[in-house]
Design a protein around this ligand. Sequence first.
Ligand code: ASP
Length: 652
Amino acid sequence: MFCSLSRLYRGLSRPTRRTTQLIWGSFSRSLVLSSQRRIPELSSFVARTNTCGELRSSHLGQEVTLCGWIQYRRQNIFLVLRDFHGLVQVIIPQDESAASVKKILCEAPMESVVQVSGTVISRPPGQENPKMPTGEIEIKVKTAKLLNSCKKLPFEIKDFVKKTEALRLRYRYLDLRGVQMQYNLRLRSQMVMKMREYLCNLHGFVDIETPTLFKRTPGGAKEFVIPSREPGKFYSLPQSPQQFKQLLMVGGLDRYFQVARCYRDEGSRPDRQPEFTQIDIEMSFVEQTGIQSLIEGLLQYSWPSDRDPVVVPFPSMTFAEALASYGTDKPDTRFGMKIVDISDMFRNTEVGFLQDALSKPQGTIKAICIPEGEKYLKRKDIESIRKFAADHFNQEVLPIFLKTNNNWNSPVAKFIMEEQGLGLIRLLETQEEDVVLLTAGEHKKACSLLGKLRLECADLLEARGVVLRDPALFSFLWVVDFPLFFPKEENPEELETAHHPFTAPHPSDIHHLYTEPQKVRSQHYDLVLNGNEIGGGSIRIHDAELQHYILATVLKEDVKLLSHLLQALDYGAPPHGGIAIGLDRLMCLVTGAPSIRDVIAFPKSFQGHDLMSNAPDSIPPEELKPYHIQVSWPTDSETKKSSLNHPCHPES
Ligand code: ASP
C-alpha cells in the first residue's frame, strides 16, 4: 500500500508559470499517471464517468460524461472544458437535430458549469495539440446540461491574470479554481497524508484531537479570548496543544500527534496568521536525538518526489554559533557571507569608535564580506544600509571597498595599518571588488545588525542577477542549546522563557538554575529551513517540583493557572518531549509560494480579517447580553492612535 501511494505522490508535478493551458496540461498529465494505477478513483460516486484531464487516445470510441467549467469557446464550434484535472476540447454539434445542445453550449457564459455526454474521437490529422495532454482527442457531444450559469466574474480564472491579493481573498472560492492554488492545496493534502502514514502506520503514533476551548495560560503568545455565559469567565483559544499533549503522556498515550489548529493574537505579520496549523508531536521516554531523527524521517518520507531528496541527518548548530556567525537563531545556510569577529585585529586601533567599542564589556568588532559588492552595490544602497543601522540599531557601519593591490578605500582607510588590512583579507577571505561591512559594539547587537545586513545584501545582489540562494535547494538545520531564559526586553532584570515554561534545562547546566538561571542552556531545539523557523520543541520538565520552581520563582508566574499540570506531573509523569512543525510555513517553502496565505484555503488578510465574509464582525448588544459583556467603543482619538500604531496595509 505504501508503495502505490508513494507512486501516486510522485505523480503530482509542479505547475510552471507558462500559459494556463500548459499549466493545466502538466497537472493533468501527472494525475493521469496516478489514475492509471487505479489510485485514487477520481470519478466514483458522481455524475461523471471521467475527468476532463484524463482522456487520451486509449479512450477512443468510449462514451463519456464529463462535468466541468467552461474555460474557453471558439467560433461557437469548439469549447474547452476544465476540471481540477485538466482541459479537454469539446466539439459543439452544428446539425439542426442538436440545436438545443448547441444553444446550451454556445450561450452559457464562461465559467458556467456544464455536464456533457458524448464520444471520445480523434482530432482530425494536423489539428492535434501537443501542448495539451488531451490534445490528441476531442469529445463529440450528444447531450449537454447547464448545471449552473456564471455571472460576470470579478477576474478571469487564469493564473497569469494579475489581481490584487485583496481581490483574491474577497473571492477566494474563485481564486481557488486557479492552477497554482489547486496545486498548493492538493500537495499539502498529500504531504499531510504521507505524514499521517509515517507517524501512525510506520511508527505507532495515535492521532488525538485536543480542545480548542481552553483557558488562559501564562507566558507565550497573546491568546484570543472567547466569552462564556458565566459572568466574567472566558475561554481562551490555545496557542498550541502544549499542555494537552503533555497530559496525554501522563495518560499513557505515549506517542501522540495531531494536525492541530493553533491560535495566536499577535497582530499582523507577513508570515503569520492568527490561526495556523501545526503537526504537533509528543513522545514519552525520548531524548532530543530521538525527536530529531523522527522529524528527519518524517520529512524525508513525506517530501515531494519531484524535489531533490531530503538528506538526513540535518546539520546542527548551537544557538551561540548561529548568533555569532549569522546574527540570528534561524540562519539561512544556503550561502556564506558569515559574520567574522575581527576584534583581535584592532586591539591597537587608532579609530575612535572602534577603540571605544572594544573598551566596553562584551565589546567587539565584527564584519561581513559582500562578494563583488563593489560591482553590485550602488552608493545609495550603502547609504541606506548605514541609515538602517543607525535608525534600527543605533550602530555605525563602515563600508570598506577592497581595491586592486589590496588597497582599502574607506573613511578609515588611512587608519588601517598594513597588518590589519592583511589580517582582514585573511579572516574574511576577501577578494578584489568585495565590500566589507564593519561594525563595532556589544556582541549580540553587532551580530544581529550584521545578520540583518547579510540578508539585505543577499536580496540586493540577487535583485541584480547574482545567484546566491539556489531556489531548488532546501537547507535544513537544527539549532540547539538555546538558553533556557532570556532577559525581558522591557526589564532585563527579569527573565522570560526562550521557548515555553515547560522546557527542561540542559542536564549539564542544572546546577546554575538556583544561582545564575540566565546561564542555563535548555533542551530546546528549533528546525530551520532556508532561514525560516519551521519547527520547534523541547524535552519537557516532568518533575513537578522543578516545574513549580521555574514557574513561581524564576518566571514569577501565577502557578494556580497551571495547578492541573503541576498536579499531573506528581502522578507518575513519564519523561517526555516533543515538537511542532509549522505546516503552513513548511508548505509555503515547499511550493515556493510568496506567502503562507497561498497554502491556506481560506486565510485571513494581513490585518487578520476574512475579506470574503467580513469577519470579525459586530454583534448586536442584545446578543452580547448572555455573555455579560458590552463593547466600550474607542473615542475618535483612540481610533486614530491605533491606526497610527497599525499602519494600514492595503486590503482593498
Ligand atoms: N508547543 C510548542 C510550540 O507551539 C512546540 C513544542 O514545544 O512542542 O511552539
